[in-house]
Write a protein that binds this ligand. Structure first.
Ligand code: TXA
Ligand code: MG
Length: 315
């Protein structure tokens, strides 16, 4: 597990924001208010920073995270905007609407933030503190709700503290969130819109703004629980787990003492391994070997999430 640390709650003034920016730049997660719920934000361009979000939340699996941006220029470096997507952003950003869009070429976002998917969930928040943090840090921020896995989303700094004390360095406090409910998530598919998650922006408002009514995602293709996302990246080759000595037709992803063709972490560091996981699976998939093998990864801390994802890849 991550070492216990002192968690400080600071009123979100200028000095506290400067400290938060320094922590973000150092790859640490910081709890920050948005207009929906408090988020646990980290540098989305760094796999290790994103891995520390999962480690702090104690999440037993990897889900793609929402990437928060300060402005449209940053958004358009990350994702490709169709005409319809641009109209949605014009109408609702900044605000509690998240758009699922195809990734741009060479996007400045770590594969762990998108769980290796070819799409990304993007949102431009309206809250002044979150906006100030992004503008000053100059990077997109991955930010799920700032609570332990399975707990209720926090709408005050004390909710965050109750859930994450000892696991993160800093909570920026700006009082209660106005919306108190996570953002509406809309997937843009050609001229159709898919409602992935209902939220503060109602389908009626979307239809009024862009003339297209979002359709509810059918339950059979829906996300039932964290990590259950059917569209998760899956390698195209058979995957064998807990392998120390690979067969000649296997590309071995190593860990710790098992070197492999590439290593998730030679030092046996689970945060580093999580950060590299999806990139490693992509690389193994593209390798000449017909099969993929993965070295044993310990089942503690963020290793639980790594193993959950590996079991799905091997299923
Ligand atoms: O209000 C909010 O959106 C809050 C605040 C902090 O901004 N953030 C939030 O983030 O709820 P997060 O990371 O917990 O939301 C993750 C959800 C996933 O469970 C999934 O439903 C959806 O976003 N998601 C992310 N990437 C996706 C993708 N590529 N395709 C479909 N759904 C995606
Ligand atoms: Mg949540």
């Amino acid at each position: 597990m991550e070492k216990a640390q002192e968690t400080r709650v600071r009123l979100a003034d200028d000095a506290a924001l400067a400290e938060a920016v320094a922590l973000i730049r150092a790859g640490q997660p910081v709890a920050v208010p948005t207009e929906t719920v408090y988020g646990l934000a980290a540098d989305a361009t760094s796999g290790e920073a994103v891995a520390r979000i999962y480690a702090a939340k104690g999440r037993p699996s990897f889900n793609p995270l929402i990437v928060h941006v300060a402005d449209r220029a940053m958004a358009e470096r990350i994702a490709r905007f169709s005409g319809l997507a641009a109209r949605l952003a014009d109408a609702f950003w900044p605000g509690p609407l998240t758009l699922v869009l195809p990734l741009a070429p060479a996007p400045p976002v770590a594969a762990l933030a998108t769980a290796g998917l070819p799409t990304v969930a993007l949102r431009m928040p309206a809250h002044r503190v979150m906006r100030a943090l992004m503008e000053r840090a100059g990077v997109p921020l991955a930010a799920p709700s700032a609570n332990r896995s399975g707990a209720i989303s926090p709408t005050t700094a004390s909710h965050v503290l109750a859930s994450l004390a000892g696991r993160i360095p800093l909570v920026l406090d700006a009082g209660a969130c106005v919306q108190g409910l996570e953002s509406t998530i809309i997937g843009v598919h050609g001229e159709a819109l898919l409602l992935h998650r209902p939220g503060p922006v109602h389908p009626d408002a979307i239809e009024d703004a862009v003339g297209v009514r979002p359709v509810m995602r059918a339950p059979e293709e829906g996300i039932c629980a964290p990590g259950q996302l059917a569209s998760h990246y899956a390698p195209s080759k058979p995957v064998q787990l807990e392998v120390v000595t690979p067969a000649p037709d296997q590309f071995l992803i190593g860990f710790g003492p098992v070197a492999g063709h590439l290593s998730l972490s030679q030092a046996g560091d689970l945060v580093e391994a999580a950060a590299r996981l999806f990139a490693a699976l992509h690389q193994a998939d593209a390798a000449p070997q017909a099969r993929i093998a993965v070295a044993p990864v310990p089942h503690w801390g963020i290793g639980l999430a790594i193993n959950d994802r590996l079991r799905r890849a091997a299923a």
